[in-house]
Design a protein around this ligand. Structure first.
Ligand SMILES: [Fe+2]
Ligand SMILES: [Fe+2]
Length: 483
């Protein structure tokens, strides 16, 4: 708390306290706005960030500049003292808008009046997910499977905090008073609060155990990556540059998820091979997570994350594109007219009890397209996971459910569809869905495995150690100190 009150004093060296490459010391208005916002941010962190962690010393990466040496400084930090910085990838003065009606014009350095409220909404929606995930994960520290994992959780948490700073910087710098109000509101909404929830549904779900955390960082942080990639194409240059830098951090979050699940698979497969087991109840009796439960978690996290892409057919997505606000994934690598005036795209929908393809104007199907790009990357990750049971000679494979499965938004909302893509009656769905989605009992079982392992180099029984430590340090390094 001493730290907290110190930061509320006026005389702060902001280039020190807030590492940045936006010349904060010479922007008095912005400095003043951030001087107001920072104590509120720290209060939010204290109230709803990782529980009981303010005294821990965590071996964290802090970005202090955007160049190669500066963006990944490692050292022990108490999290409330983490230096949440503001970084944009350096400006390319010749950058042009690469798509939509403004294609070929110089990228905007200030916000065009006609797009002001739309851009604000886009930035607030992105910004809202960042503190939300910290809130969802706040209790996980109490049940960490190792110090290595605990440190990774906290790294993800402080960086999501920095991503909030990144969006708040844009709101304060470019949107005046309504930007400041939105920045306040970002600290007031709470994940799962029925009265003042976070904006997107998946960010109001609980992340109640480490299996859910690894699934979340694999599936949902990767949605974050694709949204950021689309915004990194924006004609509004500060947004493009901010999100580009965020992507460097997002890569680690997805690594945490992918390697986390891989280690769970590794451990389960070891036990199945050594004890010659395949029955899930017997596998569970060994204190590891059976492959069937893993599959149900995959089904859940994949389907709720797909909903984050919004409606398959969307006039908003079309106008974001035409306006030059939000591009496609890897827009500049795509070889077409970048205006999509003639192009078509295939989406799927339910017709007469079957899933059918439909050609629609590509401009209206940009959400579906981004989601399909995402699914390709997810599938590649699943294929990597599946090498693990293969190596152990275990015939089970993790599969992705059909994109129509368990959807609440888009063309399949209101339909009952099996993981294989078969349209079902409500009764059939109710009969079978417990086989497909994690039950209360699955959660209770996974929850029962969650102990607290904090002895350096030790790992909970349900997860294998990682292949290597952070920054080439040994696995038994003391990644978190408790004094
Ligand atoms: Fe983020
Ligand atoms: Fe993330």
């Amino acid at each position: 708390m001493a730290e907290l009150s110190e930061t509320t004093q006026q005389s702060i060296d902001y280039s020190q306290r807030i590492p940045n490459n936006v010349d904060l010391t010479n922007d008095r208005a912005l400095q003043r706005a951030l001087e107001h916002w920072q104590p509120a941010f720290l209060h939010w962190w204290d109230e709803t960030g990782p529980v009981n962690t303010s005294q821990l010393q965590v071996y964290l990466r802090t970005a202090v500049s955007v160049d190669r040496e500066g963006w990944a400084n490692f050292g022990y930090v108490r999290m409330p003292e983490y230096r949440w910085g503001i970084f944009l990838t350096p400006q390319d003065e010749h950058r042009k808008i690469n798509f939509g009606d403004h294609k070929g014009e110089p990228a905007w350095q200030e916000i065009p009046g006609e797009y002001r409220s739309t851009l604000r909404r886009i930035i607030v929606t992105q910004g809202d997910t960042e503190p939300a995930s910290v809130e969802q994960q706040k209790l996980l520290g109490a049940t960490c499977p190792s110090l290595y994992d605990l440190r990774n959780l906290f790294q993800v948490n402080v960086e999501e905090g920095r991503h909030l700073w990144a969006m708040v910087y844009l709101l304060h710098r470019y949107f005046g008073r309504d930007g400041r109000e939105e920045a306040e509101a970002l600290l007031q909404r709470r994940s799962g609060d029925p009265n003042n929830p976070r904006i997107l549904t998946a960010f109001n779900e609980k992340t109640s155990n480490w299996l859910a955390f690894f699934m979340f960082t694999f599936f949902t942080d990767r949605d974050g990556k694709f949204q950021l990639c689309a915004l990194a194409e924006s004609g509004f240059d500060p947004l493009a540059r901010t999100t580009r830098f965020m992507l460097t951090e997002e890569a680690h979050h997805m690594f945490v998820g992918e390697s986390g699940i891989a280690r769970v698979l590794q451990r389960t497969c070891e036990v199945m091979r050594d004890k010659k087991l395949s029955d899930p109840a017997q596998v569970r009796a060994q204190g590891v997570i059976d492959l069937e439960t893993l599959q149900r978690f995959v089904n859940f996290h994949y389907s709720v994350t797909l909903d984050l892409y919004g409606a398959d057919i969307s006039s908003n997505a079309a106008s974001f594109y035409t306006g030059g606000l939000k591009g496609r994934y890897e827009e500049t690598k795509i070889n077409d007219d970048h205006s999509l005036s003639e192009a078509h795209y295939t989406v799927q929908e339910v017709e007469n009890g079957k899933i059918v393809d439909r050609q629609v104007p590509a401009l209206t199907a940009l959400n579906a397209r981004l989601r399909d790009d995402y699914t390709r990357e997810i599938q590649a990750g699943i294929d990597r996971w599946n090498r693990i049971p293969e190596t152990f000679g275990i015939p089970v494979r993790i599969t992705l459910p059909h994109s129509a499965f368990h959807r609440k938004i888009g063309n399949f909302a209101g339909h009952y569809i099996s993981p294989e893509g078969r349209v079902l009656s409500k009764e059939e769905w109710e009969r079978h869905s417990p086989e497909w989605l994690p039950s209360d009992e699955d959660h209770a079982f996974v929850g029962s495995l969650m102990g607290r392992v904090v002895e350096p180099g030790r790992f909970a029984n349900w997860i294998a150690p990682p292949a290597r430590g952070i920054k080439n340090l040994p696995i038994e390094f003391e990644y978190v100190r408790f004094s």
